[in-house]
Design a protein around this ligand. Structure first.
Ligand code: SAH
Ligand code: SF4
Length: 377
């Protein structure tokens, strides 16, 4: 934050406006190399370099998919690697691709603040998916990060830094539209760093993302959902990985459910201070033979009654470490049908970036096909 730069630079006898300059270089312009911060005094540039600024994240490789999806492999200062994904979509308000991106970003609001009006040149809007941990401690059996286990938390700079690097990679005509915390790791298990990164990404002197275009996805850490709601007044968009509508099924897929069972999780969703006309995204990964029965869909419809939600169905992306897999198309459609019949907005996510090898299955599953857009609850 600029205030913090102010304090630390004042302690070194720097003039007050240099703090804003440093923050602008990093967060507005995405420049992490102190040597390139031309308007700073040489001694300060040397100090910043000595402090290790510029070494937070090193881009190692970019995989580009035929559909334009780009996966960046980033190396951290201790040698660990993480991934972040850029998901472009050609826009024009209301276009199919744009609806896809909206669904990925958890955004179902009208585009009242978009400048591309009728007749405007189409822009490519990009949603970026970021990681919050190296691996994950939650142990979901269908997830590559869960199987890997937690290696370490990321710091706020490492989380927000992914967006600085992602933004620097945007191509002609592309604009960063939103950020989703759906990469490796459980954001709310790393609450402090996640919250700080949210402040950095939405800071008006920095990247200045609108809070409603930032979505935090969680497996359901109940106390931290309440904390997020309180700390950000409900402004951060929320996605919940539900994956089942009864405790036995959910606990089998997601060990966290034993700690925070469905009734507590649903109570946390009801209590989330959601702004008017906004909805919580429910993620439901369909795993063949586990949670894909139409009976489970009917339970889900009942469970969510009265909560403003939209539902994203994600046929499981197979991972090497597990024999679990996705159901067939008919089963997916039948599941969706139950929910649409019950009046829910229900999307089946289409896989994107299939041809970029994905160590982290979920990262490539952000496109979505809206079926029905009917308000519920
Ligand atoms: N830990 C958070 C955010 C990262 S996971 C969470 O669980 O919500 C982002 C999403 O990808 C979650 O909904 C997760 O269940 C889903 N996911 C993980 N592995 C997957 C796979 N192999 N196939 C489909 N979805 C997967
Ligand atoms: Fe962690 Fe989310 Fe994967 Fe579960 S699905 S193991 S919470 S990253």
């Amino acid at each position: 934050m600029p205030e913090e730069w102010s304090a630390s630079l004042a302690a070194r006898g720097e003039r007050s406006f240099t703090a804003k300059q440093v923050f602008h270089w990093i967060h507005r312009r995405g420049v992490l190399d102190p040597a390139a911060m031309k308007n700073l005094p040489a001694r300060l540039r040397e100090h910043l370099a000595a402090e290790g600024l510029g070494e937070v994240l090193t881009p190692e490789r970019v995989h580009r998919s035929e559909d334009g999806t780009r996966k960046l492999l980033l190396r951290l200062h201790d040698g660990a690697t993480i991934e972040t994904v850029l998901l472009p979509s050609v826009s024009g308000p209301g276009s199919q691709a744009q609806l896809d991106a909206d669904a990925a970003a958890g955004d179902d609001t009208d585009d009242e603040d978009d400048d591309a009006g009728p007749g405007a040149a189409p822009r490519v809007r990009v949603t970026q998916c970021i990681s919050t941990q190296v691996g994950c401690a939650m142990g979901c059996g269908f997830c590559a990060s869960g199987v890997a286990g937690l290696k370490r938390h990321l710091g706020a700079e490492e989380i927000a830094g992914q967006v600085l690097l992602g933004r620097a990679m945007l191509e002609e005509g592309e604009a960063l539209r939103g950020v989703v915390y759906m990469g490796m790791g459980e954001p709310l298990h790393n609450y402090e760093a996640t919250a700080r990164s949210l402040r950095l990404l939405t800071h008006p002197e920095g990247i200045n993302l609108s809070t409603r275009r930032v979505t935090v996805s969680t497996s359901g850490l109940v106390p931290e959902i309440a904390r997020l709601g309180e700390d950000f007044g409900g402004q951060i968009a929320l996605a919940i990985s539900l994956h089942a509508a009864d405790d036995a099924t959910r606990s089998a897929l997601m060990p966290i459910n034993r700690k925070y069972p469905l009734d507590e999780l649903l109570a946390a969703l009801r209590a989330y201070p959601l702004p008017r006309r906004r909805r919580i995204t429910i993620e439901y990964t369909l795993v063949a033979g586990q949670n894909d029965d139409p009976v489970e869909a009917r339970r889900l419809a009942k469970l969510l009654r009265g909560i403003p939600v939209k539902i994203n169905l994600i046929p499981m992306n197979p991972i090497e470490a597990s024999s679990l897999g996705p159901p067939g198309l008919e089963r997916v459609t039948a599941f969706q049908e139950v929910l649409t019949q019950a009046g829910y907005s229900c999307f089946v996510r289409r896989r994107r970036g299939d041809d970029v090898s994905a160590a982290c299955g979920q990262l490539v599953l952000l496109g979505a096909k809206p079926k029905v857009r009917r308000a519920v609850g």
